[in-house]
Design a protein around this ligand. Structure first.
Ligand code: ACO
Length: 354
């Protein structure tokens, strides 16, 4: 008799950054053309950001997600046909509809069927290891919109679907092209964000995996961080660029992150001392280290990628996770606290054993 698969477990991670990398100095030069002043010194001191990547004009969120997913599948020893659920966290979808997840599903199917190559990864090579005899087409695929908390929301939903038996092998991806919604005349926001994608394969398992999670939202703070524009009657109504009250966001973020992490630890019967790695949403080094301090975690236990990626919203946590795994910092069996905070206001945390 086989044991019940009551847990979910991450079996592979992947990520992708567009090739166009801009340093703070590059951005300062770009903004100066419109008479807007900024400096490497100001950006590094306030945020810790040194570089960010911007997608090419013809690259959409699903295009960035594709190589991240292929890389995660390869790490898990899976191919697209093994996947029976796709959840995509994004606030910068390819279209109003259909979902970026549905578009991604089709691109993944095409990639594996055509035996293509992407970033040195070959679908044909993967296919020899495949246990799948079916297509990815037909599996449920949908987007989750929780801005920078999107990945922890998506992971929690995928975990719940695996625990109910609705899925056995999920692709959970965070992908963003925030460069498309930035106002490059507003130096208080346009220096903060970047583009990228990160993905995990989450599989049913008889061993834990995801230990506990918690999600929150409080819609009364909608105005502190939003992109208010919408489409109506063939026109864009309202401003389609990102607006933020930076100081309000700072206060809200620092207030909720340590609390939600402690609550998730209590649910799992663990303490701060059990955390091997804190993988926070990469918005701002001061928020990240402030949270670590409240959790009595040394800086050396925090995965930090914000310097090179900027704030990639829903992509930032899986990007940081993949970076930590591939750099050899994070090892199998270690306990990770993932936590996100963002527009909505939304926040949440996931505790897991890798
Ligand atoms: N370059 C140079 N000067 C700037 C820039 C810039 N890019 N942006 C603002 N300034 C100036 C302002 O004009 C202001 O000048 P003044 O004193 O002459 O008026 C001065 O710097 C201070 O501006 P503040 O807005 O008060 O700067 P603050 O110290 O609050 O820092 C920041 C701004 C970094 C956004 C901060 O509020 C913060 O870290 N907030 C957290 C928000 C965050 O990280 N958001 C990310 C997205 S949200 C999320 O992911 C959850």
């Amino acid at each position: 008799m086989t044991s019940a698969l009551i847990y979910s477990r991450i079996t592979g991670t992947g990520s992708y950054l567009p090739t166009n990398k801009l340093s703070n100095a590059d951005l300062a030069t770009l903004l100066a053309k419109d008479g807007i002043e900024t400096s490497d010194e100001w950006i590094v001191e306030r945020t810790g950001i040194r570089n960010r990547h911007f997608a090419a004009a013809d690259q959409s969120a699903s295009d960035l997600a594709l190589p991240a997913c292929v890389s995660a599948l390869q790490a898990a020893g899976k191919v697209a046909g093994d996947v029976d659920l796709i959840i995509c966290a994004t606030s910068t979808p390819d279209m109003v509809f259909p979902s970026t997840a549905a578009i991604l599903q089709h691109k993944l199917g095409q990639f594996y069927e055509q035996k293509s190559t992407i970033d040195g990864m070959e679908s044909a090579q993967n296919a020899t290891k495949s246990i799948a005899d079916k297509s990815i087409a037909g599996c449920p695929a949908f987007d989750v919109q929780a801005v920078c908390s999107g990945f922890v929301y998506a992971l929690t939903v995928a975990d719940a679907m695996i625990k109910t038996g609705a899925a056995k092998c999920a692709l959970v991806v965070g992908t963003e092209v925030f460069s498309r919604i930035l106002d490059f005349k507003d130096r208080t926001t346009c220096v903060l964000f970047g583009d990228g994608a990160g993905a995990v394969v989450l599989e049913a398992s008889s061993e834990p995996g995801l230990l506990a999670s918690e999600l929150h939202a409080d819609g009364k703070h909608v105005g502190v961080l939003c992109t208010p524009g919408t489409v109506s009657g063939g026109q864009i109504l309202g401003d389609p660029t990102l607006k933020m009250d930076g100081q309000a966001v700072f206060k809200l973020a620092v207030g909720v992150l340590a609390d939600v992490a402690r609550s998730v630890l209590a649910k799992a019967g663990k303490t701060e001392a059990d955390i091997d790695w804190l993988i926070p949403h990469q918005a701002n080094i001061r928020i990240m280290l402030g949270t670590a301090k409240k959790l009595k975690l040394p800086e050396s236990k925090v995965i930090v990628t914000v310097a090179d990626h900027g704030n990639t919203s829903a992509a930032s946590i899986p990007l940081a996770l993949d970076h930590g795994v591939r750099s050899g910092q994070i090892k199998k069996g270690e306990t990770l606290m993932l936590e996100g905070v963002g527009g909505g206001f939304t926040w949440g945390a996931v505790l897991l054993e890798l």
